[in-house]
Design a binder for this molecule. Sequence first.
Ligand SMILES: Cc1cc2nc3c(=O)[nH]c(=O)nc-3n(C[C@H](O)[C@H](O)[C@H](O)COP(=O)(O)OP(=O)(O)OC[C@H]3O[C@@H](n4cnc5c(N)ncnc54)[C@H](O)[C@@H]3O)c2cc1C
Length: 453
Amino acid sequence: MIENISEPKHCVAIIGGAVAGSTAAEVLADAGVVCVVFEQNDRPYGKIEDGLPRWHVKQRKMEYETIDGRLDRPNVIFAPRTRLGQDLDFHDLVQNWGFSAILLANGAWKDRPLPVDGIDQYVDKGLIYQNPFIYWFNHKNEKAYPGPRYVIPEGTIVIGGGLASIDVVKAVQVDLYEAALRSRGIETTMLELEHKGIPAICAAHGVDPAALGVKDCVLYYRRRAVDMPVAQPPDNATPEQMAKTQAVRQKLLSKVLEKFRVRFFECHLPTAAITEGDRLVGLRFVQTRVEGRNAHPIPGTETDVLSPLVISSIGSVPEPIAGVEMKGDFYRFKDWDTGEYAPAERVFGVGNVVTGQGNIAVSRKHAAFVARHLVENYLGIGDGERDISPAYRGAEDRVRQQLEKVEASLQRHAPLAPEQVNTILERVGSRLHQLGCAGYREWIDKVTPPDLE
Ligand SMILES: Cc1cc2nc3c(=O)[nH]c(=O)nc-3n(C[C@H](O)[C@H](O)[C@H](O)COP(=O)(O)OP(=O)(O)OC[C@H]3O[C@@H](n4cnc5c(N)ncnc54)[C@H](O)[C@@H]3O)c2cc1C
């Protein structure tokens, strides 16, 4: 806990302590700003812990340590188990707490709803969304795991097309083949299957994977394979550059399909739920004709696909928070690059909460870099080292660039008087006392499950 402040200082609230929130805290704290990081969970690692599949063992550990180093430093106070919209009221935070600025670094945790009428009544009754699915996949082996437990059946279908949907089909397939091999008395691990691929592991045990009779997972995408957003063309791409990007996309996908025995249907759009009693038992698809970004349904091409489980992985957007104004699926930002929140001065968004809408130089540069080797490593189909840290360094650079606006705003306003900062710190201190949180490292040690993978 920070001792009594005796000089004027800026004091900033940061909502969310993961890649974006911790990067912001580090930059601002090192510039002498007192930062209070309010995090909804016990641990601050966000998508790294709950969204990056657990086969990225080294990467996750490395990123945890990076985040720890940023939050366990002078001028940073970490307030866990404090959710904006539940334990903290947004209007109260903006109007009454007295912070110099408020940064929303709470990421994108709401799955985009699958656009099929009435489908959400079947959540957990034949339908699962990607965020809870990966959360379960990452934590399911912990004894004290409190969330819903899923059984992944053969013949699962996944709706998606981006990198995250590929994580989902891989998770399903390694789970199915681990079980199928075990039923033949062959012990293997999720890590081995992900790393070497299903055909290679089967071959090592003298098994023909087809002979296992697993009903493989199927990925359905509404556009063509060459349109999949797993690689991005440069800005104002020439037709040659576009063709090259499309070839990369096709190649990446083919490698994934082969290495994990996934089946794939392009140009298929789900249009209706097929149900039995209170369960979803499949989806009706219509084929599409792709024109630019549009996928037009082709009348008369409808097919019904029965499946015991549908996983929807069509993207994530920020969760609505009481009091935070929205524009469509996002918070009402004035500027997608700087993350300035339109309805209130001194409120900014950083990181995934301003997802993908930005156009700032570092993001563009990074997107081009991400196109190849990094994505191959991310997907586990590259030949090189499986180091994907540049993905996170890119995200951090983007946060640093967004912080320029925040720093300019702080410079325009006088720092808070010492008593104002001390009032905020007392308020935070009493919450930490209630929680039994006496310091960052001690807290993390206390709340980390002993069997966390
Ligand atoms: C191959 C690859 C390439 C990538 N390329 C890019 C790129 O080019 N650019 C880019 O920006 N990113 C990129 N990323 C994504 C990068 O992983 C994310 O930007 C980053 O992990 C997201 O961090 P975040 O802190 O914004 O969000 P999160 O990790 O989601 O963290 C949000 C935190 O806020 C907390 N929180 C949520 N709601 C509340 C609440 N109401 N109250 C309190 N706390 C709350 C959550 O618990 C969580 O800890 C890439 C990733 C990969 C794997």
